[in-house]
Design a protein around this ligand. Structure first.
Ligand code: HH2
Length: 289
């Protein structure tokens, strides 16, 4: 899932794609790099962010969703990253087929519109969510919250339900790392699992701590850390990662997939044809000896 924020203030790509034509250009790049889903967001939910009016959010998101659907048709999925029902509904009317709901409250909207729904944990009020996050058992509590919301969504008739632990939302660094360490617990619920760590501050803090530095590593210096967590997530069985850097993540995912195939009951023996340039993507270019 490639991140496409059409906001002036998102923590990483804020201000870069406010113009719909710039957003479309960025989406073209991410699709060419292998993104299966483009996640369009019109409101930053970074810690401390002020809410955006619903009309403003809708006016940022809808033209971009329309442009993406015009450009890619059914070949690429468009999701809308929102916590507002009317923005979700407008984006679906424009062609989005997945509601990436950071508030985990919009399952009835998804049910009524017959589209997929992501329940993300932890986005209460971005202005206050990081003031004093506290859990007795962060993995158990987040898992219970998400399975409860997912059950309500299934009961309401949502055709496709995803759960997401909400890395960076109402959580300390330790909470985030605990959740990443136990992604397999979410996978074991049987729901499809999405996770977003890309460029997030936990990674910056972790890298800085390892170097004995006090200031977090800069946002544009977190690619390798983002990739490490994406690979970690895939290895734990997560089904989708939400990222800014699509090309390196897709390559890393392909290698994980190649390794995983060797765990099948009859490990594959690879014979690479002369001139072969890709593997694990598109038609299978391998001979099984
Ligand atoms: N993280 C962000 C936004 N939406 N959705 C899901 N499902 N999971 C996430 O982890 C997640 C999300 C925050 O990242 P970003 O959109 O890059 O920043 P901002 O909120 O500043 O726009």
């Amino acid at each position: 899932m490639g991140v496409l924020n059409v906001t002036p203030d998102s923590f990483s790509d804020g201000g870069l794609h406010l113009d719909p034509s710039a957003a479309l250009d960025r989406a073209r790049v991410m699709v060419a790099e292998g993104a299966a889903v483009i996640d369009v967001g019109g409101e930053s939910t970074r810690p401390g962010a002020e809410p955006v009016g619903v009309d403003e959010e809708r006016s940022r998101v809808v033209p971009v969703v329309e442009a993406l659907v015009d450009e890619f048709g059914d070949t690429v999925r468009v999701s809308v990253d929102t916590r507002n029902a009317s923005v979700a509904a407008a984006a679906v009317a424009a062609g989005a087929s997945l509601i990436n709901d950071v508030s985990a409250t919009l399952w009835a909207v998804a049910a009524e519109l017959g589209v997929g729904w992501v329940a993300m944990h932890g986005c209460t009020d971005p202005r206050t969510m990081q003031l004093a996050p506290s859990y007795d058992d962060v993995v158990g509590e987040v898992c219970a919250f998400l399975t409860d919301r997912a059950a309500q969504a299934v009961a309401a008739g949502v055709p496709e339900v995803w759960i997401d632990p909400g890395i960076g939302f109402s959580k300390t660094i330790t909470h985030n790392l605990d959740l990443l360490a136990h992604l397999d617990v979410l996978v074991a619920t049987g729901h499809q699992v999405l996770v977003g760590t890309s460029r997030k501050s936990t990674l910056g803090a972790l890298l800085a701590a390892a170097d004995g530095a006090t200031a977090p590593v800069r946002i544009d210096d977190r690619l390798e850390a983002s990739l490490a967590t994406a690979v970690w997530a895939f290895d734990q069985g997560v089904h989708m990662v939400r990222v800014h850097d699509v090309a390196p993540t897709v390559q890393a995912a392909r290698v994980v997939k190649g390794c995983r195939r060797q765990l099948s009951p009859t490990p594959l023996r690879w014979a690479l044809p002369t001139g072969m340039t890709t593997f694990c993507g598109g038609p299978l270019p391998l001979n099984v000896a």
